[in-house]
Design a protein around this ligand. Structure first.
Ligand code: SDN
Length: 142
């Protein structure tokens, strides 16, 4: 298998970017999460969810999705691993990542579901990395 090398600078910038991005999501800072997308960025977190385009729509979709947890003291953490970057011809990067969603309720044990693969297109701009598109596939959906 041949693997295209990317610089360690880019790789560490992307892993640092993902850490801040997903901690924003898990803390309920949806505006901060949406700000990690390009202004016209697209986001689809589940096969059954409508894709959201643009930061406002991303926030609205996350607010809608999280309404189900309004009376539920759940903590959700999105764990990213196996970040595989491949340069694209347009200067952006394909980023394929494994993601596990860990949920915990007070006094309970962590539950790991869903198991996902994240298909991102990332752009590197002067201000740093941004997500141009994100499609999350779920392993239980064949
Ligand atoms: O932003 C993500 C997500 C995400 O937002 C998810 C949401 O619910 C809101 C980046 C990478 C992976 C994910 C995965 C999910 C899972 C999705 C559906 C669910 O938890 O049932």
């Amino acid at each position: 298998m041949s693997v295209t090398t990317v610089s360690t600078d880019l790789y560490s910038e992307v892993t640092q970017f993902y850490a801040h991005q997903m901690q924003a999501l898990d803390s309920g800072r949806f505006e901060d999460y949406a700000a990690t997308f390009t202004p016209d960025g697209t986001f689809q977190h589940s096969p059954q969810a409508d894709p959201a385009a643009g930061r406002e729509a991303i926030v609205a979709e996350l607010v809608r999705f999280h309404e189900r947890f309004a009376d539920d003291p759940v903590r959700r953490r999105h764990w990213f691993n196996h970040v595989a970057l491949t340069p694209r011809e347009d200067g952006a990067f394909d980023s394929t990542v494994y993601a596990l969603v860990v949920t915990v309720r007070p006094g309970g044990k962590p539950d790991i579901s869903p198991s996902c693969v994240v298909h991102d297109v990332l752009v590197r701009e002067e201000g740093g990395v941004l997500t141009r598109s994100r499609l999350v596939t779920h392993d239980q959906v064949f």
